[in-house]
Design a binder for this molecule. Structure first.
Ligand code: HPA
Length: 292
């Protein structure tokens, strides 16, 4: 700590608090898990909520029972964790994801992922709803995330380092090549079409303008959404291997002559929920032997 520079001290103190909050949540969750050790963490984003019902030997922990856990401001999205076995693999699911556009600080958005990383998960599976920027994508397509572009204000790791993390996480391969290959194979076996693409993460909550979508396409984005990127950055800081799938819910702004409707996003996620869940469940089953 630099006594001659109070600004720096504020930064150090702020981060110490983040570290303490992670520690407190880890302690409380460990106590509730009674020795259960998850291998895989799953962020149950749009369209994957139903996976919470697919855990065997499930135990449900309300987020409100855990200290420092961020609370969702979206009605009907009560935060909870489900621990148990998914396709025979010890896993823990996070439902009621929080977003930066709700006003949460980036470090709050990623607190659950930091806690799961500290519990020892080896892989993080993320899912989201996204607009299709690539002109060949159609609503209902599932996109395996090959890479991402972070356009979300700042990194969730901004500030001094938290226990267990590296200062400069490698982002050469944010989405693990071996896990992606395994998921592609599962998709083929289940005859679920799966396209490949780059996800651009924006802060939101307003949807993009047509000019922004044209700019994103030139940058190399195939899909756009308001989540996922912070979680993956945080997971990589612990060396956790990531794999993600976007449900393309709508053509991004300006592609169709119609304005974008949030209803359309919900309708599409509901329409593909069954195959989305089957794909992720099959994928987790296949990851088990790769993570041991
Ligand atoms: N833009 C941003 N986020 C989204 C979209 C979109 O078009 N669709 C679903 N989430």
């Amino acid at each position: 700590m630099d006594d001659r520079n109070p600004g720096r001290r504020v930064g150090v103190t702020g981060s110490a608090i983040v570290g303490e909050r992670v520690d407190a949540a880890v302690r409380a969750l460990r106590e509730r898990l009674e020795g259960f050790e998850p291998l895989v963490g799953v962020v149950l984003g749009s369209g994957l909520g139903g996976l919470a019902e697919r855990f065997d030997d499930a135990r449900v922990i309300l987020a409100s029972a855990l200290p420092c856990w961020p609370a969702s401001t979206v009605e009907g999205h009560e935060g909870k964790l489900v621990a148990g076995s998914l396709a025979g693999v010890p896993a823990i699911g996070l439902s009621g994801r929080v977003h930066m556009y709700e006003g949460h600080a980036p470090e709050d958005v990623v607190l659950p992922v930091r806690v799961l990383a500290r519990l020892g998960i080896r892989a993080l599976v993320v899912s989201n709803a996204a607009g299709g920027v690539n002109l060949t994508f159609e609503p209902g397509d599932l996109m395996l995330i090959a890479d991402h572009i972070n356009l979300m204000a700042r990194s969730p790791l901004f500030g001094p380092v938290v226990d267990g993390e590296t200062r400069w996480p490698d982002m050469f391969e944010p989405y693990d090549a071996e896990l992606r290959t395994a998921l592609r194979r599962v998709a083929r076996e289940l005859r679920i079409p799966l396209v490949d693409g780059t996800y651009a993460g924006l802060l939101g909550p307003s949807y993009e303008t047509p000019a922004e979508i044209r700019a994103l396409r030139r940058m190399g984005a195939d899909a756009v959404g308001m989540s996922t990127v912070p979680e993956v950055i945080a997971a990589r800081a612990y060396g956790v291997r990531c794999v993600g799938v976007s449900c393309i819910t709508n053509p991004a702004a300006g592609i169709s002559p119609e304005p974008l409707r949030h209803d359309e996003v919900l309708e599409t996620t509901e329409r593909v929920a069954d195959s989305f869940q089957a794909l992720i469940l099959g994928g987790i089953g296949a990851f088990g032997s790769l993570l041991g």
